[in-house]
Design a protein around this ligand. Structure first.
Ligand code: SP5
Ligand code: ZN
Length: 342
């Protein structure tokens, strides 16, 4: 299986995040990608290739023009305002407040286009997020050209990012961008299976009213875990998309034994849907030692996860999402890829 990766993705290097009432060291850091890349090479998964250029179009097929413009121009405004460190939002247009007209002030804009205070923007965030999206697109293109599978070593991740907001360490929704590109290049149906520990709220919202992209997510129950405000079992799609979103929220402490029963259920939905392509939003944060997560996968369980995904029998694009136990991240990720390849 080929891996797609660009060094540009390392340039986004957040220092802190706001959580637990503290300014804590960031967990979504460049070494995550470096250790996965190293393990891919050491274990001989396959060639590592650079992303192709796709221009600005595919990102803008998913994200709102004003949001992309905001991210692209943000650092100029921020540093022009004399701000030195990375940028955190601190006010949001919830409920009775108006997102539009968008504010002119940089602090207002930060809140207008974000969902949390855990996702700082730095000088190179836009170029890293763009490179990450192009990594996803290249992996999709490889599978479109006939490969059985490909691995987009995406970083920053994507599944929390919505049409016009960043959050959850995500800026551009790599899986959504890849799915739309496949639809625009001949696919009739694309399925996204999100196995990150956290619910993929951005991906779900983007495709919630569409039947041509099936969204399935297995994740920690949002009553107990981030992102808290989406991912319940009663969210199944709306309008034309009714029945084309499925969520399996699971309790904190879930082991592979329980999870795999639910995965079999999700797999049956995939078999019924018969997608042309499967995109796996591959979070590795179900790992028992993940520093911010509460499931109990052991490293070997990721191999069984990959094996079960191969049984679906559909050309598959793996796109990395979360996973923060850096020392084990390469092992856990490559276990999925090797489990898939058999
Ligand atoms: C892509 C992805 O996995 N994003 C996850 C974003 C989660 N951000 C919220 C982190 C809150 C951390 N609280 C940890 C408490 C552990 N003691
Ligand atoms: Zn996650």
């Amino acid at each position: 299986m080929k891996t797609v990766f660009s060094d540009l993705q390392l340039s986004h290097s957040p220092k802190h995040e706001i959580s637990d009432g503290e300014l804590k060291p960031a967990v979504e850091i460049p070494s995550r990608a470096e250790i996965v890349l190293k393990t891919v090479q050491e274990r001989g998964v396959g060639d590592v290739v650079s992303p192709e250029t796709f221009g600005a179009r595919p990102v803008r097929r998913i994200h709102a023009p004003d949001y992309v413009d905001f991210l692209e121009s943000f650092w100029g405004h921020w540093s022009g305002a004399g701000r030195k460190g990375e940028a955190f939002p601190f006010v949001w247009p919830i409920r009775s407040l108006r997102p539009d007209p968008a504010p002119a002030h940089i602090d207002g804009l930060l809140g207008r286009y974000s969902m949390d205070a855990g996702t700082p923007i730095g000088e190179h965030t836009y170029s890293a997020a763009t490179a990450s999206a192009h990594t996803a697109l290249t992996a999709a293109k490889l599978v479109h050209e006939g490969e059985r599978s490909a691995f987009g070593l995406c970083r920053p991740p994507g599944h929390h990012a919505g049409i016009d907001f960043f959050g959850g360490y995500c800026f551009f929704n790599n899986a959504a961008i890849a799915a739309q590109w496949l639809r625009d290049h001949g696919a009739t149906r694309v399925a996204i299976l999100d196995v990150d520990y956290h619910h993929g709220n951005g991906t779900q919202a983007i495709f919630y009213e569409r039947s041509d992209i099936l969204f399935l997510s297995i994740h920690a129950d949002p009553t107990q875990e981030y992102p808290y405000f989406l991912g319940h079992a009663d969210e199944t799609g709306e309008h034309a998309g009714t029945g084309f979103t499925r969520n399996w929220p699971l309790p904190i402490g879930t082991t592979w034994e329980k999870y795999s029963e639910v995965l079999d259920d999700a797999s049956r939905w995939l078999l019924v849907y018969r997608p042309d392509y499967l995109i796996v939003s591959l979070g590795l944060d179900c790992f028992e030692h993940d520093p911010i997560s509460g499931f109990r996968f052991k490293s070997d369980d990721f191999f069984w996860l990959g094996q079960r995904l191969s049984y679906v029998g559909v050309p598959t694009v793996f796109l990395m999402e979360g996973g923060y136990a850096v020392d084990a991240l390469g092992t856990n990720c490559v276990n999925v890829l090797e489990g898939f390849e058999g």
